[in-house]
Design a protein around this ligand. Sequence first.
Ligand code: CFM
Ligand code: HCA
Length: 533
Amino acid sequence: PASITEELINKYPAKVAKKRRKSIVANDPDTIPEVQANVRTVPGIITQRGCSYAGCKGVVLGPTRDIVNIVHGPIGCSFYAWLTRRNQTRPETPEHENYITYCFSTDMQEEHVVFGGEKKLKVAIQEAYDLFHPKAIAIFSTCPVGLIGDDVHAVSREMKEKLGDCNVFGFSCEGYRGVSQSAGHHIANNGVFKHMVGNNNEIKPGKFKINLLGEYNIGGDAFEIERLLEKSGITLIASFSGNSTVGAMENAHTADLNIVQCHRSINYMGDMMETKYGIPWMKVNFVGVESTAKSLRKIAEYFGDAELKAKVEEVIAEEMPAVKEIIEEIRPRTEGKTAMLFVGGSRAHHYQDLFNELGMTTLSAGYEFAHRDDYEGREVLPNIKIDADSKNIEELKVTADPELYNPRKSPEEIEELKAKGLEMNGYTGMMKQMVHKSLVIDDVSHYESEKLIEIYKPDIFCAGIKKKYVVQKMGVPLKQLHSYDYGGPYTGFKGAVNFYKDIDRMVNNPVWKMIKAPWEKAESESLEASYVA
Ligand code: CFM
Ligand code: HCA
């Protein structure tokens, strides 16, 4: 891999190569080398990353169905985020609120950039309120808003007061706020924590009450998790934020445990809720059947209830046979094949479990915008250098709530749980689970991914829409692990079966053998030659 790293970067100018080298490492699961992450992409390099606004509006707030999300900015930003992320939702009845299908925008024009857009924003909030009378309206700032200085927070406060029965709050999530979507996650967590969590103190019935953090119900993933929790007798108070509502989030502080699926996008919420209310958080993973079973067992272990433990075992025993039957049929066809995963900030890790179950090896993986802790584990947090880009994002000063703080577990109990193997308030990251010498690459560039495919010729490449067709034209099937290529769910037991079948279809499809990859073509018929002719 040392020479492969050189091969990936040797065409770059020296300065660029020097920077990229730090983001490309050969894994060692025992020593865990340092990976450069959460730094600016080199200008001119083709990245898969998105912006802060995408992370805040699209990712974290978007999936909550009864918030009217108004985008303050040019229409393109709103259009980009209009139903492109596949967060599903299930209103209680068809009459219940669901604004996810709408696209609310102030449609900022040149005159607003010149003379200011606050007036227009107030009109938009009033119009949305008059039409829908929603419980909450959230305002999202796009790049020009920050550049001209419109104060979305002042406008929100003013309108909240004026409307009286509608919670209005703003987000300074201008696209340029950070180096990627990741900044938007943090900004969103802060806003949801400040303006929503804790607003409703109602105590809901249930013996084992939890929140599900960092699960956005892409392709119905959360529905499958909800099914398993319900079957196990675990009460879900709130999800952040797949298939969720304002009411549920406002009540989240009454739960006794936060389970975290996507660490990258929501770790801030877990920490803040622990500090303010005394609710511990625990990393789980519902992608992969082994991980799903393990996650359910971890929840039961946390509550330490014999009946719950027995129920969870019963659920696992009931769900497993159907999965076993399918995997036994499929595995001989997928065994020994290879995969590469370059996705977001958590799935490049989690989906390796499903590939393992298929007997497939992950040759190389990386995130688009994760931080070092998502690679190396949270132990490295104290050693992460906070650069100017991160300092730009507000860190809320959170303290224990004088009335509501109630530690659900004592420090001794937490230590006991840790000793039992529960990662309380921890995440070990991607690298400990990856084989020796596999290549870990942060914010992989388009050029590097083409090179990787040429060198390793993986049986499947997992990424997003920006790579899909370029990779497939190289004769390698690309599985979108963002939109799932419109399939899914892939979580839990039922989801695993869906995934096994979809991957089997892709890696064993004879069509890929009919495509001549550029490196297989003779000189004379190479693309370059045909262009010259
Ligand atoms: Fe978390 Fe996500 Fe992801 Fe993410 Fe995303 Fe997504 Fe993703 Mo696309 S919250 S980090 S910002 S798991 S939208 S549902 S698929 S890049 S790996
Ligand atoms: C985003 C959303 C995205 C994009 C997916 C892709 C998603 O980053 O704004 O590039 O294919 O999951 O929809 O990550």
